[in-house]
Design a protein around this ligand. Structure first.
Ligand code: ABU
Length: 471
């Protein structure tokens, strides 16, 4: 009986891929055969390959129109079937798995998602990412990624970067925590990664930098690397690059600029190296992280291992097109196509307009916060699209602003964020910094956001939070 019911379901579904066998054994055998037959490039490939992918595209299109939905981990675990089966499941089930997965995933492309530096969903870049996945190639040699390697050269011709996985951007004073991680991974030890104090806007205090350099030199240490930041993660602050460059030159130190966040607005030629994440402000799909060096050949001279089975020097083409030896890892994901395609679709002028628009919307948000100063407290005038503020529930309105009140406002953040997630209508991040308890950091980096969304965000925060009471 069980098999008959199965058969009925499959026959009614034109996408059935298990046909008319009654014993469990045969069904299992047939299922395996069908899974093999959806491989591409084979004579026995059948139309189901195309149809399966077309249906997955439907899942994707439905996904990008949905809104936020949140479940607690325990509830989510009960709802989902995440088991890895012994025997293959039918394609129909895999399509269901795809739908369920995206249904419960946070929709970071929704215009009410203001939670991360990387918000939004650029559709051209998405198309590039789909095709990248279809090409499924590694980026180490020209012989297996000819078009993509040339594409990297075109996009970065002047700066000779490579796309690298991950990328920096809450900070110890004046920089991202990844700098500390690098000191650890690189074998220096975190004690030798010194935090330079920052001013009230989160910018490195250069007199402190120089004082610390001198202090450590006097004790026989050799400061050799300074990480400046263009666009800090929380406050969106820009360090004074020119002054830092002068100090680096004076004491013969490498100057690196972490422009992972702010790179879309600013590119410095003073630095020895710059990191930049187009997947943040520019809206390229995750991940797209680049590192740029001023000096030609430096990556090869530091990293080349000349593995003979990949980087043969007697190939029929110029081996300099094999860029894989520039990086410390072997395999490298193709992160260029989605950026290249997006750039073609927008043009440089389109990116410029996007930056202007994001800044305009952030200014709009600041204005609306100031207009509702009974409900919102702006912490500082933003330099970027990071808007830092507190929300005031009724309990705390009209009271003088002091450190006691700030502690209470910090507690409001966690409560209100919990309510946001339960309601599933908006997401905004919060965190403390070294000067204050929790506060909200709103990011507008999605091209989908409008003034209406900003108004919705503020009114929704008030709807969800007005009755919050804290000790
Ligand atoms: N570098 C990670 C950025 C995290 C964030 O979206 O705030």
């Amino acid at each position: 009986m069980k098999n008959i019911i199965l058969l009925y379901n499959f026959i009614n579904d034109p996408f059935c891929h298990i046909v008319i066998r009654f014993s469990t054994k045969n069904i299992s055998y047939k299922a395996r055969g069908c899974l093999l037959s959806i491989l591409p490039y084979r004579e026995d490939s059948n139309p189901q390959t195309r149809e399966f992918l077309a249906r997955v595209v439907d899942v994707l299109l439905d996904f990008i129109q949905q809104i936020l939905e949140f479940k607690m981990p325990e509830e989510m675990q009960k709802m989902l079937d995440l088991n890895l089966p012994e025997d293959p499941l039918p394609l129909k089930q895999l399509l269901e798995d795809c739908k369920t997965t995206l249904k419960h995933q946070v929709k970071t492309g929704h215009p009410h998602f203001f939670n991360q530096l990387s918000c939004g969903l650029d559709i051209i870049s998405l198309a590039g990412e789909w095709l990248t996945a279809a090409a499924n190639t590694n980026m180490f040699t020209y012989e297996i990624a000819p078009v993509f390697i040339l594409m990297e050269n075109v996009v970065w011709i002047c700066l000779q970067p490579v796309c690298v996985p991950g990328g920096p951007s809450p900070q110890v004073p004046a920089c991202h925590y990844s700098v500390k991680s690098c000191a650890s991974v690189g074998g220096l030890g975190t004690d030798y990664c010194i935090a330079v104090p920052s001013d009230e806007r989160g910018r490195m205090i250069t007199s402190e930098l120089e004082r610390l350099v001198r202090y450590h030199r006097d004790r026989g240490n050799v400061p050799f690397f300074v990480n400046a930041t263009s666009g800090t993660t929380v406050l969106g602050a820009f360090d004074p690059l020119m002054e830092i460059a002068d100090i680096c030159q004076k004491y013969d130190m490498w100057m690196h600029v972490d422009a992972a966040w702010g790179g879309g607005l600013l590119f410095s030629k003073k630095a020895d190296s710059v990191t930049w994440n187009p997947h943040k402000l520019m809206g390229t799909l995750l991940q797209c992280s680049t590192v740029h060096f001023k000096y030609e050949g430096i990556l090869l001279s530091c990293n080349a291992m000349s593995a003979e089975y990949l980087f043969m020097t007697d190939k029929i083409y110029d081996p300099r097109f094999d860029t894989g030896d520039k990086v410390i890892q072997c395999g490298r994901h193709n992160d260029i196509f989605k950026l290249w395609l997006q750039w073609r679709g927008k043009g440089t002028s389109g990116f410029e307009r996007l930056m202007d628009r994001l800044m305009e919307l952030s200014e709009y948000m600041v204005r609306r916060i100031k207009e509702q100063s009974d409900k919102f407290h702006l912490i500082l005038e933003p330099e970027m699209v990071n808007v830092s503020f507190w929300y005031l529930p009724k309990q705390l309105r009209g009271l003088p602003h002091d450190s006691n009140k700030e502690i209470k406002l910090g507690k409001v953040c966690a409560k209100l964020k919990g309510r946001m997630m339960q309601a599933g209508t908006i997401m905004v991040g919060y965190q403390p910094d070294d000067r204050r308890p929790n506060f909200f950091r709103n990011i507008i980096s999605s091209a989908a956001v409008t003034e209406k969304d900003v108004d919705f965000l503020l009114s929704e925060m008030d709807r969800l939070g007005h009755d919050i009471v804290v000790d």
